[in-house]
Design a protein around this ligand. Structure first.
Ligand code: ADP
Ligand code: 5GP
Length: 211
């Protein structure tokens, strides 16, 4: 049976674990399409252009926005980030789900767009602010100044928790991941995401009548 693709949006303050959860979800179901964002920020060590992000200059990014190629875009921590529209529309028309790792501004824009009814949004909270800072430091990829900037923005990001369909406190990673999988499986089973159901039940009825 075919299924209407859903747009799974993960947001959290930086360091709460959404990239880790997103990667696990992709490994759990390789049919999920990860929305690779465009960004004007510099690549971190180990990041690959086209896999983690499309790394763009400011003017390249502005051209994409002007050409209507972004489903949403926002300024985060002084850089621009945006979700290219094309791959999302292609996944939707194939009945595939798309996973977004974007901030609350992007979540709000997609929720308010024509694709809003296909959105399932999940907000990830850290178990504490001390642990959030430990995770940011433990990731070992950002300078003290960048970490301080991200911590300063965390409170504002967290203030948007109530705009999300689901909220998970990422204490134990395994337990949080298991709950995320439960959310995805439940949302995939929604009646309105299964356009072939009426036809399927018609088939069941024909089987009844043939008995
Ligand atoms: P985000 O994408 O939200 O900025 P990351 O997924 O990069 O955060 O996670 C930040 C750091 O915290 C990483 O080093 C990651 O391995 C670690 N981490 C993620 N989830 C947990 C967890 N539940 N318990 C302990 N460490 C975690
Ligand atoms: P980072 O620089 O740590 O990869 O990401 C910083 C923040 O930008 C994270 O909160 C991340 O979710 C957000 N982000 C990444 N890509 C996009 C995007 O395409 N659009 C929006 N609105 N936010 C994004």
């Amino acid at each position: 049976m075919s299924r209407r693709g859903l747009l799974l949006i993960l947001s959290s303050p930086s360091g709460a674990g959404k990239s880790t959860l997103a990667k696990r979800l992709m490994a759990w179901d390789p049919s999920l399409r990860f929305s690779v964002s465009a960004t004007t920020r510099a690549p971190r060590a180990g990041e690959v252009d086209g896999r983690d992000y499309f790394f763009k200059s400011r003017s390249e990014f502005e051209d994409m926005v002007a050409a209507g190629q972004m489903l949403e875009h926002a300024e985060v921590f002084g850089n621009f980030y945006g979700s290219p529209r094309g791959p999302v529309e292609a996944a939707m028309s194939d009945g595939r789900d798309t996973l977004f790792d974007i901030d609350w501004q992007g979540g709000q824009q997609i929720r308010n767009s024509a694709l809003g009814r296909d959105v399932v949004s999940v907000f990830i909270l850290p178990p504490s602010i001390a642990e959030l800072e430990r995770r940011l430091r433990g990731r070992g990829q950002d300078s003290d100044a960048v970490i301080a900037g991200r911590m300063a923005k965390s409170q504002a990001e967290i203030s948007h928790w109530a705009e999300y369909d689901y909220v998970l406190v990422n204490d134990d990673l395994e337990a949080t991941f298991a709950r995320l999988v439960t959310v995805v499986e439940a949302e995939r089973s929604r009646r309105d995401r299964q356009p072939d159901l009426a036809e399927f039940v018609r088939g069941l009825n024909q089987e009844f009548e043939a008995r």
